[in-house]
Design a protein around this ligand. Structure first.
Ligand code: SF4
Length: 477
């Protein structure tokens, strides 16, 4: 994941999940699974463990390593666990919205967390409230728990299936209930969810990098619309949403969200990013002396660009890895202070050189402008900006925090206007064709709505929210 830049000038994945079933060290493993996925959310984290009867939970604001210490982990007893890391917009980042959520209902305890957005949650919530339900949080997860609790179906898989059928959006869910661990992926498989094995225990995670840390083996991706129910000695696959679910996996995971050492749909993220750089160099070459990445997610595409173009790769921007969330700003204003806190140009390398600068995306454009300005001030003779995704013109409704579309630079400006606005000598984005060639997957099985405006969860139709609802939802965020 890229350096933590201006929080409002980048897309943010909202969550990561991890679950383990039947392991004596369930709490420790869940902690490590979250630790490995910290890049998916840094504002809060939570773990719930159970032995099948009582549920033990700890949730807090901040980073995983700051929330969980030996004493907290010791309290999380039980052989089954789920955990969650969360990024959220400032308005609803309080402790009450930290996941997982745990409740008692007619059939015992239930605990749940999810990654993504249930786009019709506001509507479902309104209906539930009109029928007397009381909510403790503003989280979509709680809506789902109410739907499960109200179901009259006889078995747990049926109750959960009934609830999931009412949802629209992009989400991956983990549920601990009745001595079972359940993983569910939305019908389009927009958000990732992978299944693994650690000795005799099943594990579920948003990304395979969580498996690597705990020594688990990747088994397969949970399929779009699939519900895997793990219980003693068995894993059963259900298709509560029918057998015709077509994948529309988030292509932005390859560009930016996922860790480069993760494997998505069988594709190594680092390799995909590197290949995007190769495609960029073929599509939009530049006469230059150096290829410089904007760290971190700009590094693999910059390496690919360098290899394909024959232009030397250099770390011309050095990232400070130890930037905290708070800092003291000097009273006398320093130009581009926020960006300088995180990135510093290596003047010796840059001075007098024609530079290709590679970054993953341009959102509002404010950070790109500051970085170009900084590199120019370090003495670059020319700056050719290359972006390893198509222009981001639209908001995401599926679990990624994005500005409103009218705040996105590419939504308001054409390429030349953008180039001028960020102050580069040339600007180019990878094409859709180049991006999918690099990933090695067909476009039709992916979501690229933030680039194309084509939303896989249809704007109109029986299972989809209406456009007005999406707009309202976006405004709320
Ligand atoms: Fe991913 Fe963009 Fe689709 Fe959102 S709109 S799921 S960020 S590709």
């Amino acid at each position: 994941m890229s350096v933590e830049r201006d929080k409002n000038d980048h897309f943010h994945d909202e969550c990561g999940v991890f679950g383990v079933f039947d392991h004596p060290e369930a709490a420790n493993l869940t902690y490590l699974g979250l630790y490995a996925q910290q890049h998916r959310g840094q504002e809060s984290a939570g773990i719930v463990c159970t032995d099948g009867h009582s549920f033990h939970s700890h949730r807090g604001m901040g980073l995983v390593a700051d929330i969980f210490h030996k004493s907290e982990i010791k309290e999380l007893t039980g052989r089954h666990g789920i955990g969650h890391v969360r990024y959220s917009t400032s308005g609803d980042s309080g402790l009450r919205n930290c996941q997982p959520f745990s409740f008692e209902y007619a059939h015992g305890g239930i605990s749940m967390c999810h990654n993504g957005n249930i786009v019709n949650a506001p509507e479902l919530r309104k209906q539930l409230e009109q029928q007397g339900s009381i909510f403790q949080s503003t989280s979509d997860t709680e809506v789902l728990i109410h739907l499960v609790a109200r179901s009259k179906a006889a078995t747990m898989p049926e109750r959960l299936s009934e609830a999931v059928r009412q949802l629209a959006g992009g989400f991956s869910l983990l549920v601990l209930v009745e001595k079972r661990l359940v993983g569910v992926r939305d019908r389009d498989g927009i958000r990732p969810l992978v299944l693994g094995k650690l000795d005799n225990s099943w594990v579920l995670a948003s990304e395979t990098c969580a498996f690597d840390l705990i020594g688990a083996k990747y088994v397969r991706d949970v399929e779009p619309g699939e519900m895997v129910v793990i219980e003693e000695n068995s894993l059963t696959s259900y298709k509560p949403l029918g057998n015709d679910c077509k994948p529309h996996f988030c292509v932005f995971e390859y560009v930016y969200f996922a860790r480069p050492d993760s494997t998505l749909e069988g594709v190594n993220v680092y390799k995909a990013r590197y290949q995007i750089g190769v495609e960029l160099a073929k599509e939009s070459p530049a006469e230059a002396d150096l290829v410089i990445p904007v760290p971190d997610s700009g590094v693999p595409p910059a390496m690919g660009f360098a290899e394909a173009s024959g232009i030397p790769f250099q770390m011309g921007l050095i990232r400070n890895h130890y930037v905290g969330r708070t800092f003291i700003e000097p009273k006398q204003s320093i130009r581009n202070f926020g960006v300088k806190l995180k990135l510093n140009p290596n003047r010796e390398l840059i001075r007098g050189k024609r530079v290709v600068l590679v970054d993953d995306s341009i959102v509002r454009g404010t950070t790109s402008r500051k970085i170009v300005e900084m590199v120019r001030a370090a003495g670059a003779a020319e700056i050719h900006m290359r972006i390893s995704s198509p222009p981001t013109k639209h908001s995401c409704f599926y679990g990624v925090d994005t500005p409103d579309a009218d705040e996105l630079m590419a939504n308001k400006m054409d390429l030349e206007e953008m180039r001028k606005a960020i102050g580069a000598d040339s600007l180019a984005f990878v094409s859709f064709e180049g991006m999918y060639r690099a990933v090695g997957k067909p476009r039709e099985s992916h979501c690229d709505a933030c680039f194309s405006g084509v939303y896989p969860v249809a704007i109109e139709g029986p299972r989809s929210p209406q456009l007005s609802l999406l707009k309202t939802f976006n405004k709320k965020r």
